[in-house]
Unconditional design. Structure first.
Length: 302
């Protein structure tokens, strides 16, 4: 849908901007043997992994999938296991596709930039620039190559060799970046084609169904907010003796110390019976305690 495309585009743009700022302010290649590879791969892979986890966490479908899986009615309902597994796989693919937008954008941009790849792979360049010098050992050659990302550490006589190595590594990195982008574009296109081919709905029917699901979710959220406010308002009225927002409040209720203690503190969701839960300590108090206590007229002198 258009909203998904716009959301993915915004995520990609923010990732590109964050990558540029991240590279400018934090990336500094150590230019040492053994450290370049770890440092470069860490800057290349760890942010992508973090973005992947954040993508999963920010998707409501993830929490809808994992929340309440071990509910008490599971044994009674006994859903179709095969159908449930197919649905879980479908949702996981959907969530993973959305979560991969930022990590793949990060990897593609960093590979096109080439700085991380140059730092990580400089000491492993297969071109032998020093074979004619018998005094340069293999370990010394690796040390010299590892220093190539830092121009200030390279002797003047090796400047040309350094430039050629940097160009070679940037070429490899950018080719890998474009290949990654091409693979992702082709995979997304083929996935959309396959999903459309196996869809039981026609094109217009599918558009109607998408519109219905979107509107149903919006209306459900509005009804949830209003219903919860009205339900909570009954418990607030019982505790304080009036409804918030009322213009003419004739009397208020003065809660006792025991009642303040009853609704204070921490509490988990409490199961009352097979069908109902207490959502909070105030909810639990309102359902158990009778309506009594001290009331004060608002027009009386305290």
């Amino acid at each position: 849908g258009k909203e998904v495309v716009i959301a993915n585009a915004i995520i990609a743009i923010l990732t590109i901007g964050g990558q540029q700022l991240f590279s400018f302010f934090t990336f500094s290649c150590p230019c040492n043997v053994g450290q370049n590879l770890i440092y470069g791969l860490a800057f290349l892979g760890v942010p992508a992994l973090i973005l992947l986890v954040v993508g999963y966490a920010l998707n409501n479908q993830t929490w809808r999938l994992v929340t309440g899986q071990k509910h008490p009615l599971e044994e009674e309902t006994r859903p179709n296991r095969l159908l449930q597994c197919e649905l879980i796989c479908f949702v996981l693919c959907n969530v993973t596709g959305r979560a991969l937008v930022a990590p793949i954008t990060w990897l593609a941009v960093t590979l096109l930039n080439g700085s991380y790849y140059v730092c990580a792979m400089s000491e492993y360049v297969s071109v032998d620039y020093y074979g004619g010098n018998p005094n340069v050992t293999a370990s010394e050659r690796r040390r010299i190559l590892a220093a190539f990302p830092c121009s200030q550490l390279v002797p003047p006589e090796l400047t040309r060799a350094r430039d050629e190595v940097i160009l070679l590594l940037r070429y490899q990195s950018q080719v890998a970046g474009w290949l990654l982008i091409a693979m992702v574009v082709i995979t997304v296109f083929l996935s959309c084609c396959l999903a459309s081919c196996f869809s039981p709905l026609s094109y217009l029917h599918f558009r109607y169904w998408s519109s219905y699901v979107h509107n149903e979710q919006e209306l459900f959220d509005e009804a949830t907010d209003q219903h919860s406010r009205l339900y909570a308002m009954q418990h607030i009225r019982k505790f304080f003796g009036f409804v918030p927002g009322s213009e003419k409040v004739k009397e208020i209720r003065i809660p006792s110390l025991r009642e303040w203690q009853a609704i204070s503190g921490l509490a988990f969701l409490k199961r009352v019976d097979k069908e109902h839960y207490d959502y909070s300590l105030l909810h639990d108090w309102a359902l158990k305690e009778p309506v009594n206590g001290k009331y004060l007229k608002t027009d009386e002198d305290p």
